[in-house]
Ligand binder design. Sequence first.
Ligand code: ASP
Length: 332
Amino acid sequence: MTKIALAVHGGAGTILKSQMTPDLEREYRNGLETALKTGWSILDGGGSSLDAVEAAVASLEDFPLFNAGRGSVFTHEGKQEMDASIMDGSSLKAGAVAFVKNIKNPVKLARLVMERTEHVLLAGEGAHQFAEQIGVGTEPDEYFFTEHRWLQLQEAMAEGRVRLDHSEEEEKGRKGEEETWSTKAETRPVGSVPLTRPIGTVGSVACDSRGHLAAATSTGGMTNKKYGRVGDTPQIGAGTYADDVCAVSCTGHGEYFMRGVTAYDLAARMKYKGLSVEAAARETIDHLTRINGEGGLIAVDQHGNITQPFNSGGMYRGYIIHNGSTTIEIYR
Ligand code: ASP
């Protein structure tokens, strides 16, 4: 039997209780709860999973602590370039935008790409032309600026090396693990730039009363990114996927999610191996770990079962299920 269900995430990474203040934690929880309530009111009123995930993600984009829309991280040039995607599982229709600036809600533009064009992904200048033509709202640079993201850029540039957002404790714990170019400056490829992976990409998955599934994801990407770098978030199958068996939204170091085609990997494990959403998600995260990727995902099946696994220190996450009970978690 289909049970309506909604999940959201606000990014995965090194989130340690020791580094969190009670006030900040309350703010993060409020942001997640507002998004859950926004999406839930649509589902509970008989609305579609597509409308619910779009509304939940737009709410998280408007919340400045998350790395999407307002509060997006800065590129090497001090700009904010955003990526987003949305997918409707029942029709397999999808829309995405990459490398967009000043768009208040990139997820809404992604949905318009899905509904008003014959394409799936529009990037950069072309995406802006489309946005202008269709009358999508923009905001000035000041709207997107946040002090903490600006400071993160200064830190990343001063470090001059590629690093994941590990704490000292975690680095010790990972000693002996194979180092990749992303953690070792001397071996990084020519042309690579110092990047830090921030926490705060946002996403949502939902199952509506007809058992239809949808997923959406939105991000500012990685601090200090350069050369028009685009991650997994706007790539259908990597950062976002939905069909008639599951809907998936990912967060983490995008390069690994692209290599692992992570969102579709989960769907394939369900379809071809007959696994439950929980078992498929666990295997997907195990595979991500094997290829040195860090992050997590949220997924829902057509019965409203939700799973939210990750291999990082924490993941901002929450869900509401059929009886209306809300769960919000941050740490491991
Ligand atoms: N996956 C996003 C990217 O690589 C970042 C994140 O989820 O934190 O652009």
